[in-house]
Design a protein around this ligand. Structure first.
Ligand SMILES: Cc1cc2nc3c(=O)[nH]c(=O)nc-3n(C[C@H](O)[C@H](O)[C@H](O)COP(=O)(O)OP(=O)(O)OC[C@H]3O[C@@H](n4cnc5c(N)ncnc54)[C@H](O)[C@@H]3O)c2cc1C
Length: 288
């Protein structure tokens, strides 16, 4: 029997496990192929929902589902923390020492946010990249009565590139509905010389920002946040004051990647963009 192991039960791992099952339906049915998904929580977190939680368009509990309800019944869910991959021995090592042998491995352990990597972030910035902080931001904007709101990106790369644009326009809309937009300045700071990386998106977004009186600060890479003085200093020299700061935290690849020696110093995995095969490994793929 051949064993396929998928590490991580997020959007990437769940989708690929179900698709492999579908593609190998006969082999799985005949017991020639076994598919396992390993996830520490066994709970699927729908992260795009965090933005909806901020604006009360989704309840926090609606962002979670039991992972087993999303996987085909023939796929085995292993609820365990992955410690590392032993690529030389074709084994996944779980916390506690248990080992799972594989023939083909898919790494889909996602990325991890590291707010502590930017001085002042934890004390001075709101964010919506995890559920707890999305709920705190929801409370903060509900109490907001006017002032200067700054949206900034505190590290590249980050997941969901459009999220800063989404939160900016949703905020503009929300404040108008609450009747406090005319007492609020919205400032959008972005690390590159345009409001988004893709021109066909950046151009209409820039136009909409002008129409909605949203100020932009381009080529602004966050260096540090002063939570007391309420300013953000950019690497390029500009300093922007704020009353409420919404920032995208820095990201890294998962610790599993680092512990397995599969990635670079940021735990990002070099991969063939067409096959998603990990460079130098014949039977390991990575996605997310
Ligand atoms: C606010 C927000 C809005 C977004 N909006 C959109 C959107 O509109 N459209 C879009 O396409 N994307 C959006 N995204 C991005 C999207 O959510 C991510 O790209 C996606 O979740 C990545 O999927 P993944 O499977 O790679 O990782 P994840 O979904 O992060 O899943 C990784 C899984 O691996 C597990 N894991 C990690 N380490 C271990 C370990 N050591 N042991 C066991 N299990 C482990 C985790 O528990 C988790 O279940 C958004 C993200 C955020 C935060």
């Amino acid at each position: 029997m051949k064993r396929v192991i998928v590490l991580g039960g997020g959007i990437g791992g769940t989708t690929v496990a179900n698709r492999i099952r579908k593609g190998l339906e006969a082999e799985v049915g005949a017991g020639q192929v076994q598919i396992q998904v390993v996830d520490q929580e066994g709970i699927h977190a729908y992260q795009p929902g965090y933005l909806m939680v901020v604006f009360d368009k989704m309840r926090p509990e609606e962002t979670k589902r039991d992972e087993s309800s999303l996987l085909h019944r023939s796929i085995q869910l292993v609820r365990a923390e992955i410690e590392r991959v032993d690529a030389a021995a074709n084994k996944v090592v779980l916390k506690g020492g248990k080992e799972l042998p594989y023939d083909v491995l898919v790494v889909a352990t996602g990325s991890v946010i590291h707010p502590e990597a930017v001085p002042g972030f934890t004390e001075g910035a709101h964010s919506f990249y995890d559920l707890a902080n999305a709920q705190k931001l929801r409370a903060a904007i509900q109490q907001f009565t006017g002032g200067k709101i700054l949206i900034a990106v505190a590290g590249m790369p980050y997941k969901c590139p459009v999220a800063p644009l989404e939160v900016t326009f949703m905020l503009d809309d929300y404040l108008r509905t609450r009747g406090v937009r005319d007492k609020t300045e919205i400032h959008y700071a972005y690390p590159i010389p345009k409001v988004f990386g893709i021109d066909t998106v950046a151009q209409p977004m820039q136009r909409l920002m002008s129409e909605r009186d949203i100020s932009t600060h381009l080529l602004f890479n966050v260096d540090r946040i002063d939570p007391v003085g309420k300013t953000v200093k950019g690497v390029e020299g500009e300093t922007i004051p704020f009353d409420l700061l919404i920032a995208i935290p820095p990201h890294r690849g998962s610790d599993v990647v680092g512990a397995s020696g599969l990635g670079d110093k940021g735990n990002w995995v070099p991969t063939d963009r067409f096959t998603l095969k990990v460079e130098g490994k014949e039977n390991i793929y990575v996605l997310g």
